[in-house]
Write a protein that binds this ligand. Structure first.
Ligand SMILES: [Zn+2]
Length: 119
């Protein structure tokens, strides 16, 4: 029987990292940014599972759209362009002891899916 590689990661650690990247690099309402730019920055992030391809992040971007952090404004083949809905704030969640990043329009709920505390 072949050994299978199993990798475990927190269910939403990518989305938490993408939130931080948007906060630090693209936190302007009129700024356009795309998934390739985010992916390049993610690859420089410690803790990022380097075996992940940009296609693996599709569901994470979808989640951030559903959460109301970003909206997709254009798509050119696999490149998807986004804008934030509103400024992104850094908030400390005392329940999971984590700095999280939340758009001003979003529900005041910790985006760490292991936490989901009211902020
Ligand atoms: Zn939390």
């Amino acid at each position: 029987m072949k050994r299978r590689l199993i990798y475990i990661r927190m269910p939403n650690s990518n989305t938490l990292q993408i939130r931080q990247i948007i906060f630090e690099n693209f936190n302007e309402i009129d700024l356009r940014f795309n998934n390739d730019q985010i992916y390049d920055l993610l690859k420089k992030t410690e803790n990022f599972d380097q075996s992940q391809t940009i296609d693996d992040l599709e569901s994470d971007f979808k989640k951030l759209e559903d959460d109301g952090l970003v909206r997709c404004i254009a798509q050119n083949f696999t490149t998807r362009w986004f804008k934030i809905f509103d400024g992104v704030e850094k908030i400390y969640c005392g329940t999971c002891n984590t700095d999280i990043h939340l758009g001003k329009e979003e529900s005041r709920i910790c985006p760490n899916s292991d936490c989901n505390a009211n902020l």
